[in-house]
Design a protein around this ligand. Structure first.
Ligand code: SF4
Length: 337
């Protein structure tokens, strides 16, 4: 145990991160325990609950791992203004105070204007509602407008810190461009969330360690480390999924490297293993995502991962309680303990 503690205290060293990513058995338990201790010291027992509205699956990017890429034959949809408003109001009335609005990447101004106008109206009406927008790479002008509309947070994952691997998984973008967008979002004053995917085809443990060091370097309040799941509609449909134990270790290491970070236990974990989200909380995560804001008709068409990601609210809330934690609406607006 003493040597494990030494590693935990020096996880800024890449060699130690690589070792810790491969921990199993007792060493892994020790890693999770240490990550939980750090989380509890900073955030207490609070876990942020976010609801997601999947606004549109139209996308101009060509990510090989995603079933919504521009070449996919899925049925496309975009919520109408009244549908989006109805979903936001429903979630607000159900006590949600953090709502993530997710969509594929679309550059058309007319599409953005509609969304911007609606978000601005909602922000003026519900003062204690926090939005996380996840619309991919936008222009500087659009980021600026979203900030002016009152949007607090923006999610833009870098997926991998290896430029060559990035080009392979996202051929229509580059790692340098993605990082420039993350920096731009920070400059505009967003609370930025970013992160990686573990277990991508062609990714090494070394590269995952670099991802974690980049997360620390970015110095952002929210971050995630998810696990690759082959999507049936994507070009990676026949690739094996990422390793869940490595993904959980990655989450625990992220907690140790970035104690103040909001880290979600993602629904992707649940798809790979029963109780995956519970295990994420036990590895130091302090946020959970509820996919309960998309109209039922459209749920099946938002396929970044698989169709079965939807998890009813009561199960997730029980999962949080089972991990000895409590749901909280908006952790970044309160001072950490
Ligand atoms: S991951 Fe996002 S940007 Fe890439 S194809 Fe899917 S929806 Fe588009």
């Amino acid at each position: 145990m003493r040597s494990e503690k030494n590693i935990f205290n020096d996880l800024n060293k890449k060699t130690n991160i690589v070792k810790a990513l491969l921990f199993r058995g007792g060493e892994q338990e020790g890693l999770f325990e240490y990550a939980r201790k750090i989380r509890d010291e900073v955030f207490g027992k609070k876990v942020e609950v976010r609801s997601v509205i999947e606004y549109s699956n139209i996308c101009e990017q060509a990510c090989n791992y995603c079933g919504m890429n521009k070449y996919s034959s899925i049925k496309r949809y975009i919520l109408s203004d009244s549908e989006l408003l109805r979903e936001i109001e429903k979630l607000y009335c159900n006590g949600r105070r953090v709502i993530m609005i997710q969509a594929g990447e679309i550059s058309a101004d007319i599409y953005f204007q509609r969304l911007y106008k609606l978000l601005k109206e909602v922000k003026a009406k519900y003062l204690d509602l926090t939005f996380i927008c996840s619309f991919g790479n936008l222009s500087a002008d659009k980021y600026k407008k979203l900030k002016e509309a009152g949007v607090e947070r923006y999610l833009l994952k870098f997926e991998t810190s290896d430029p060559k691997l990035y080009k392979k998984i996202k051929p229509s973008d580059s790692f340098e461009n993605r990082l420039a967008h993350i920096e731009m979002l920070k400059k505009f004053g967003f609370q930025v969330s970013s992160g990686n995917i573990t277990g991508l085809p062609g990714q090494t443990t070394d590269s995952m360690a670099d991802d974690l060091l980049l997360m620390k370097k970015l110095d952002i309040p929210m971050g995630s480390t998810s696990v690759f799941i082959p999507n049936d509609m994507s070009n990676y449909a026949n690739c094996p999924p990422g390793d869940i134990l490595t993904a959980l270790n990655s989450m625990a290491i992220l907690r140790i490297l970035c104690p103040n970070m909001l880290i979600p236990s993602t629904s992707s974990l649940e798809l790979l293993i029963k109780d995956g989200q519970y295990l994420g909380l036990m590895a130091g995560a302090n946020a959970v995502t509820l996919h309960d804001g998309t109209p039922e008709n459209d749920e099946a068409e938002f396929v970044i991962y698989r169709k079965e990601r939807y998890k009813p609210k009561d199960i997730l809330i029980k999962t949080v309680a089972r991990a000895g934690l409590e749901c909280y609406p908006d952790l970044l607006s309160v001072t950490p303990e």
